[in-house]
Design a protein around this ligand. Structure first.
Ligand code: PEP
Ligand code: MN
Length: 362
């Protein structure tokens, strides 16, 4: 049917649609700009007073043919879409996301690259108990080709009556041993105030599972210039874990290593349940290096080697394990730390099976 008037009206309608489209998008852009200002100022995106004002304006300005309630309905949809646009803008890729940065982040620690495709081991005692105990482990760590020694100075223990660590003295012991044995050292810090001082003694700062959602600690860790090893919380989802890393990175510090250390489930055969698939998920979702702590996840010496192999086979950038010269008398985690001989066999097996590059001689 060819009706000139109808055709003309349709052409005009098409033009109006185009204008509406352009106006709706223009509104979207304005809303995004407002969203940015609100984000910067920490103001909530949804403002009911402002929305009421806009609806009132529509009521007073409307002279038909649509009735006001229909227009309110339409405009509310437009407002909602605008709010979603603001949220999307805010939710736009996290800094730690692989979408934000396709290349792997490589964390360099005293000449050792973490996340660069060459998996490494970090080992050391659960807690720094004395200079002698730490030095003995450091010697074994170096002799077996490792470059990074761990040791807890501030121990977050389940019971307040258990050994709490040597504190600053423990950090000083680690520094002394690091200098003597030319290795890097990592230790957990539990208080934001200690971060600056700890940075003078440590090469990597660990944020433990119990503090994964200590947001003030995470923010403070984001403001220092030191690699951070962030452990997954006892009952944290992968999304929560990633967001905790984002807390650090949002403050400027992108030198972050994620560490899966087992989560709490109903299973009692192991201390925690090692969520092995968290490794490839974290590798896919973020650009950060991913470690697996085989000691705290399994809590069983007989499972350290298979868990380490599994971790490295599934793509971990490294494995952390605890070693003590005499585990039976260790002040913490006595049951699950390897002695030096066991540690040597552990490294040897991982080298033999090709998961870790050849033992470097000191
Ligand atoms: C540790 O590595 O010393 C430790 C306490 O581990 P987590 O925070 O994973 O329990
Ligand atoms: Mn321990």
């Amino acid at each position: 049917m060819n009706h000139p008037e109808l055709n003309a009206l349709r052409t005009e309608l098409d033009e109006v649609n185009k204008e509406l489209l352009s106006l709706i998008n223009k509104r979207g852009e304005l809303v995004q700009q407002i969203g940015k200002i609100k984000s910067a100022q920490g103001i909530k995106k949804y403002d009911p007073v402002r929305e009421r004002h806009m609806l009132d304006l529509i009521s007073t300005e409307n002279d038909g043919p649509f009735d006001t309630s229909t227009l309110h309905h339409l405009f509310k949809e437009i407002f909602k879409a605008g709010l979603e646009l603001q949220e999307d803008d805010h939710k736009k890729e996290l800094l730690v996301s692989r979408k934000q940065r396709p290349e792997n982040t490589v964390v360099s620690v005293k000449g050792t690259d973490i996340g660069g495709g060459n998996p490494i081991l970090i080992a050391g005692p659960c807690a720094v108990e004395s200079y002698e105990q730490t030095a003995e482990v450091a010697e074994a760590v170096k002799r077996n080709g490792l470059k990074i020694l761990r040791g807890g100075a501030f121990k977050p223990r389940t019971s307040p009556y258990d050994f709490q660590g040597l504190g600053i003295e423990g950090l000083q012991i680690l520094k002394k041993v690091a200098d003597q044995y030319n290795c890097a050292v990592i230790s957990e810090i539990v208080h934001p105030q200690d971060l600056e001082l700890a940075s003078e003694y440590l090469d990597i700062i660990q944020i433990g599972a119990r503090n994964m959602q200590n947001y003030e600690l995470l923010k403070a860790a984001g403001r220092i210039n030191k690699p951070i090893l962030l452990k997954r919380g006892l009952a944290a989802t992968i999304e929560e874990f990633i967001n905790s890393a984002e807390y650090i990175m949002s403050q400027g510090n992108g030198q972050i290593i994620l560490c899966e250390r087992g989560i709490r489930t109903y299973e009692r055969a192991t201390r925690n349940t090692l969520d092995i698939t968290a490794v490839p998920i974290l590798k896919q979702e973020t650009h950060l290096p991913v470690f697996v702590d085989v000691t705290h996840s399994t809590g069983r010496k007989d499972l350290l080697l298979p868990a380490a192999k599994a971790a490295l086979a599934i793509g971990a950038d490294g494995v952390m394990a605890e070693v003590h010269p005499d585990p039976a008398v260790a002040l913490s985690d006595a049951a699950q730390q390897m002695n030096i001989e066991e540690f040597e066999r552990f490294v040897e097996k991982l080298v033999q099976s090709g998961f870790i590059k050849t033992k470097q001689t000191v």
